[in-house]
Ligand binder design. Structure first.
Ligand SMILES: NC(=O)c1ccc[n+]([C@@H]2O[C@H](COP(=O)([O-])OP(=O)(O)OC[C@H]3O[C@@H](n4cnc5c(N)ncnc54)[C@H](O)[C@@H]3O)[C@@H](O)[C@H]2O)c1
Length: 381
């Protein structure tokens, strides 16, 4: 395997962990396994630059890393896509830890991000800032080009110049687009994005691959699946449902309820990211070294990893659980399919488990209970 020694001033432990991987198509129920070797590089705790720390996932990731003694610098443009006060509150919470510092700025602003990155000199960059949201990409596609294409390019340039040990960037289950084979597997083609959101994230995956190849930049792309939890995003289903039910407003249920999502609790998700920090991809010597089911590129230190709960939950079961936790029935407004939306998502998270030992711990009923407790306290409802 080709490995480039980076940042020799940092103590690097290395243990050649033997990981287990399914040999065939890694569908649930198939247990035929083969052994796969992936070098685990212990590069933590260290300095991590996270983009999008005022956002939902970035906030939770920063909190987790700070609790483990990492130094974290957050970078966020505090966009007004949703309630900026919620973003400010998240940053205020993080600033209570002396190991957290932050900059407010837009990624695509000239040299803004580079100046911050050069000064902080991170070992790892986790790029989460983005214009997120499927529906909004129909209304304002330009925002996705600026934040997700130009913004991501700025992050990749900084990572290249600083020779970070690991660049990790958020993609989405939306890139599986019109794929029907379930659960979604990183080794399957994902060439049919249905929205500009998905298209820009798919472009980020391609951009990341080229930089990993050209500059030997260890790069992991995450594909997240329907993340939910405390301090969540006001534009996402759980937040909207709870808010509407408590206010006696109807909730819109698309595709007449024939929807399925792999709901992933945010604490599980950020634990997955944290574990992956220590598994920077290594460019393989040849294709035969890549285990079946590993999405590792044959020509670059680059890998795509699903982070999901691996459970296909009917949306109506999710809504039943919300009603149960709130002790109140929803006024249900059944509607047709939204343009650009997909009826189902479901992650095969075997690769993540093989690489890190990750297993999700929070079932959706427990996750909803935690969200509702936070929501009622935060909004005094
Ligand atoms: N939440 C989910 O279910 C989910 C699912 C799949 C993928 N993702 C991806 O995960 C990442 C984090 O998502 P989230 O749910 O925390 O979203 P979020 O909107 O809460 O957080 C994103 C943050 O990025 C900031 N930002 C946006 N554009 C910026 C720019 N150009 N420059 C600087 N800052 C900018 C925003 O102010 C925001 O605080 C995103 O890349 C998103 O696409 C999220």
């Amino acid at each position: 395997m080709v490995g480039v020694a980076r940042k020799p001033d940092i103590a690097v432990g290395s243990d050649s962990n033997t990981l287990i991987s399914n040999q065939n198509t890694r569908k649930p129920g198939q247990i035929e396994m083969r052994r796969m070797t992936q070098t685990k590089t212990q590069i933590t705790p260290c300095k991590v630059l996270i983009t999008g720390t005022a956002g939902f996932i970035g906030f939770h990731l920063a909190k987790l890393l700070l609790s483990e003694g990492f130094r974290v610098h957050g970078f966020d443009g505090m966009t007004d896509y949703y309630d900026v006060k919620l973003k400010q509150r998240r940053h205020q919470m993080l600033l209570q830890n002396a190991n957290f510092t932050m900059t407010e700025g837009m990624l695509e602003e000239a040299d803004r991000f580079w100046t911050v990155a050069e000064e902080f000199a991170p070992d790892v960059i986790v790029h989460l800032a983005a214009q997120a949201g499927v529906g909004y990409s129909l209304k304002n596609p330009q925002a996705y080009i600026e934040s997700n294409i130009v913004g991501t390019f700025k992050v990749m340039e900084a990572a290249r110049k600083l020779e970070v040990r690991h660049l990790m960037m958020a993609s989405t289950s939306s890139v599986y687009g019109a794929n029907e084979e379930m659960p979604f597997d990183e080794c399957e083609k994902a060439d049919t994005p249905l929205t500009m959101y998905a298209a820009t994230k798919k472009a980020n995956e391609a951009m990341g691959h080229s930089y990993a190849h050209l500059w030997n930049l260890p790069t992991t792309m995450f594909r997240f699946f329907s993340v939910y939890g405390t301090w969540g995003r006001p534009d996402l289903a759980l937040f909207k449902f709870v808010d509407a039910i408590l206010d006696d407003r109807p909730i819109d249920i698309y595709n007449n309820g024939e929807m399925y999502r792999d709901f992933t609790y945010v604490d599980d998700l950020v634990r997955g990211i944290r574990l992956l920090i220590d598994v920077p991809p290594v460019r393989p010597d040849n294709r035969a070294d890549i285990a079946k089911g590993d999405s590792l590129s044959p020509v670059a230190p680059y890998r795509i990893v699903n982070i999901g709960n691996s459970e296909k939950v009917p949306l109506l079961d999710f809504i039943d659980a919300i009603e149960d936790v709130l002790g109140k029935k929803a006024k249900r407004n059944y509607m047709g399919m939204q343009t650009g939306d997909v009826p189902a998502t479901w992650a095969n998270a075997t690769l993540l488990q093989d690489l890190t030992g990750y297993k999700p711990e929070i079932d959706f009923h427990t996750g909803i209970e935690r969200f509702v407790a936070w929501f009622r306290e935060y909004y005094n409802k």
